[in-house]
Design a protein around this ligand. Structure first.
Ligand SMILES: *Cc1c(COP(=O)(O)O)cnc(C)c1O
Length: 365
C-alpha cells in the first residue's frame, strides 16, 4: 500500500482557506466578548445559549478520547455520523469523476450521499453469509476509487464483518476505508478504533444515536489519523454541533453505567425475542445479530408487516433489498414492547397455521 493523502484529496479542498470563526480566532481568558455579534443580554432558551458553541468541541473530545483511548486530534464530531459520511465524499471524491465501493445490503446513506456528491458507485454484494466479498472488492478498485464503505455490525443484516477481511481491505487499498460502527456497543467483538494508529487511511464511524440514546441530538463521530481529521475540520460548517447537543453529551458521560445496564438488558431481550421468533412457523430464519435489532426471513413478510401496522407495531420492511428478500428488520424494544411484538406475531402465527390447513384458502391460491 502506498497511501498518499495529498494525492487523494480533491485539489480545491487541498487549496481551501477554511472559514475562521470568531470563537476559533481568540482563545484565552477574556471577560468581555464583543467579537461574534451575539446577543450579550442572554438567551430565552437557557443559560449561555446566546453564545456560539465551541467549533471544535474540545471538552467533548477530551472526555470521549479518554473513554475510547484515543487523542482528541484523532476525533471528529459531527451533526450525526451522516455528516461525517457526506464530508468524506466532499473531501475525497471529485464529482462526476471519482468512485466509491458500497457492499449491499447495507446502510442506505452511503448511496444517497454518493449520489448527492455525484460519485459513481461500484456495488460489490456481500456473500450469502452477509460477509465481505474481499476478492471482488479488491478487483473493483480502480484509480478513481477513493472510498470503500464497510458497515460492521452491518445494517440491516446485523452481523459483524470478519476483522481480518476488513484489515485486508484497509491494507490493500490506497484510498480511504470507512468502517461504520454505529452498532459496535452491542457487538461481541471490539471496535477497530485502535487500528487508526496503524492505518492512516482508516476512518471509523460511531454515533451517539443508538446505544447512547441520543438520536434526537444528532451527534456522531469519526476516528481517524490526524491528517484526515484535520481535513474534516476544515470542510465542516464551523458550528456544526450545537451547544445544547455538546452539553447533553457531556452530561451523558456521567451516565455511562446506565448505558451499560441498558445494553446488557437489550442483549438479554434480543436473545429472548430470537428464541420466541425461532419457535414460530411463520419465521423461516432469524439471522445472527451483533446489533440492537434482528433481521428475520418469513414467507409472507409483506402480510406480516401490514398485520403488525394494524396492531400499531412498526417494524422495517427490508424485503425489497438485495439478498434480504422476504426480510423484516425488528428493533429490540423494552421488555413490554417486545412482549407486544411476540404476542402479536404468535396470534398471527396461529391464525395463519389454522388458515393453511383450510382447503378453501389453498384452493384460492
Ligand atoms: C443509525 C445508523 C447511523 C447513525 O447515524 P447518525 O447520523 O449518527 O444518527 C450510522 N450508520 C448506520 C449503519 C446506522 O444504522
Amino acid at each position: 500500500m502506498s497511501f498518499e493523502l495529498e494525492e487523494l484529496v480533491r485539489p480545491n479542498i487541498a487549496r481551501l482557506q477554511p472559514y475562521s470563526s470568531a470563537r476559533s480566532e481568540f482563545e484565552g481568558d477574556a471577560e468581555v466578548f464583543l467579537d461574534a455579534n451575539e446577543n450579550a443580554f442572554g438567551s430565552p432558551a437557557g443559560d449561555s445559549y446566546n453564545r456560539y458553541p465551541d467549533p471544535l468541541q474540545r471538552e467533548l473530545k477530551l472526555r470521549l478520547g479518554n473513554l475510547r483511548g484515543v487523542d482528541a486530534e484523532n476525533i471528529f464530531i459531527g451533526n450525526g455520523s451522516d455528516e461525517a459520511i457526506d464530508l468524506l465524499f466532499r473531501i475525497f471524491c471529485e464529482p462526476g469523476r471519482d468512485e466509491c465501493i458500497i457492499c449491499p445490503p447495507t446502510y442506505g446513506m452511503y448511496q444517497v450521499s454518493a449520489e448527492i456528491n455525484d460519485t459513481r458507485i461500484k456495488f460489490v454484494r456481500l456473500t450469502r453469509e452477509f460477509q465481505l466479498d474481499v476478492v471482488n472488492i479488491l478487483e473493483a478498485i480502480s484509480p478513481s476509487t477513493k472510498l470503500i464503505f464497510i458497515c460492521s455490525p452491518n445494517n440491516p443484516t446485523g452481523n459483524l464483518m470478519k476483522r481480518q477481511d476488513i484489515l485486508k481491505i484497509v491494507e490493500s487499498f490506497d484510498g480511504i476505508v470507512v468502517v461504520d460502527e454505529a452498532y459496535i456497543d452491542f457487538a461481541s467483538d471490539s471496535s477497530l478504533v485502535n487500528e487508526i494508529r496503524s492505518f492512516p487511511n482508516l476512518v471509523v464511524l460511531q454515533t451517539f444515536s443508538k446505544a447512547w440514546g441520543m438520536a434526537g441530538l444528532r451527534v456522531g463521530m469519526a476516528f481517524a489519523g490526524e491528517q484526515v481529521i484535520q481535513l474534516m475540520n476544515r470542510v465542516k460548517p464551523p458550528y456544526n454541533v450545537s451547544g445544547i447537543a455538546q452539553q447533553a453529551v457531556l452530561d451523558a458521560f456521567d451516565q455511562n453505567l446506565q448505558i451499560q445496564k441498558w445494553v446488557s438488558l437489550l442483549l438479554t431481550e434480543r436473545e429472548r425475542v430470537r428464541e420466541s421468533l425461532e419457535n414460530m412457523a411463520i419465521v423461516e430464519t432469524v439471522f445472527p445479530s451483533d446489533a440492537n435489532f434482528l433481521l428475520i426471513k418469513a414467507a409472507d413478510s409483506g402480510d406480516i408487516y401490514r398485520y403488525l401496522i394494524n396492531e400499531k407495531i412498526i417494524v422495517r420492511d427490508r424485503s425489497s433489498v438485495i439478498l434480504c428478500e422476504g426480510c423484516l428488520r425488528i428493533t429490540i424494544g423494552t421488555p413490554d414492547e417486545n412482549d407486544r411484538l411476540i404476542n402479536a406475531l404468535k396470534k398471527y402465527d396461529e391464525t395463519r397455521f389454522a388458515n393453511d390447513v383450510l382447503p378453501m384458502r389453498l384452493g384460492g391460491l
